[in-house]
Design a protein around this ligand. Structure first.
Ligand SMILES: Cc1cc2nc3c(=O)[nH]c(=O)nc-3n(C[C@H](O)[C@H](O)[C@H](O)COP(=O)(O)O)c2cc1C
Length: 249
């Protein structure tokens, strides 16, 4: 197994970091790695906002549901879907780009681009021995995040990425069975097979939690998912996106 795959397979989210900032050189390598990701039609429809200001980090940690590691880390990046620069390009080139820029398709492209860039950034950081944790919690209060980061129209802050020197390394979380995720030639739709694979996974996850919490937690994955999906949260998202002139048609 090569070193890249070893790094990828060794991933686990880190939620406690040493009080040691990343160097500017490290930040640059991480951002350049993000920028090297493939991008749909060369559109580069994302931006990355690095947060150094301590007060801003503190505020973001609060907005993300009081997640301490948003404030205490080596650096905090916010990944945004971004079609703002393309609206300026339309004006500069005197082309009517808005019907396309405001389509669901282009919004999807910007989400995919941002996610690919972020995962390259995460891998670059982990390859340097740093730990990472994605922070979707910033979407709890996007209006406030937008004001704090001064993002213009057509820019949606999607998630944060806390990066730093790990202070506590947790156990890895086992993933779904290979056969459950990987289909060959066509989608395997047999629900009996699907459910039996999930049962097998439930047992694995249940014993994982039992071991990790010394018996305090034993939840099955399907149980966890059903509970999480039963809750309606961030239901304001469509309105927020459309108010920011994306996904309108
Ligand atoms: C887009 C995204 C948003 C996430 N948001 C949070 C978050 O707000 N807080 C947190 O502690 N973990 C967050 N995570 C981390 C996931 O909980 C974690 O990746 C998942 O439980 C699997 O665990 P692992 O990364 O340790 O393998 C997020 C992950 C992703 C991809």
């Amino acid at each position: 197994m090569n070193e890249t795959i070893k790094t990828i397979l060794n991933h686990r989210s880190i939620r406690q970091f040493e009080d040691k900032p990343l160097t500017d050189e490290q930040i640059k390598s991480i951002v350049q790695s993000a920028q090297s990701a493939s991008t749909s039609s060369f559109i580069q429809a994302y931006s990355i906002i690095g947060i150094k200001d301590k007060e801003k980090k503190k505020k973001l940690a609060e907005l993300a549901g009081n997640q301490e590691y948003v404030e205490k880390n080596g650096h905090f990046f916010v990944f945004c879907a971004d079609l703002y620069r393309h609206s300026l390009i339309g004006e500069q080139e005197q082309k009517d780009v808005l019907p396309s820029l405001e389509s669901t398709e282009k919004f999807m492209v910007s989400l995919i681009d941002a996610a690919l860039a972020a995962q390259n950034a995460a891998m670059a950081a982990e390859s340097m021995g740093l730990g990472i944790c994605y922070i979707g919690g910033i979407r709890n209060h996007l209006e406030e995040v937008k004001t704090l980061l001064k993002t213009p129209e057509r820019v949606i802050p999607l998630f944060g990425l806390a990066v730093g020197w790990p202070a506590k390394i947790t156990e890895q979380k086992p993933r779904l069975p290979f056969q459950h995720i990987y289909h060959e030639d066509e989608y395997q739709q047999d629900s009996e097979i699907y459910l039996s694979q999930l049962k097998e996974y439930d047992e694995l996850i249940s014993s994982y939690y039992e071991h990790r919490t010394s018996g305090k937690r034993k939840d099955r994955w399907t149980e966890q998912m059903a509970k999480m999906l039963e809750r309606k949260n961030r239901m304001y998202m469509k309105e927020f996106i459309q108010n920011n002139k994306l996904d309108l048609r």
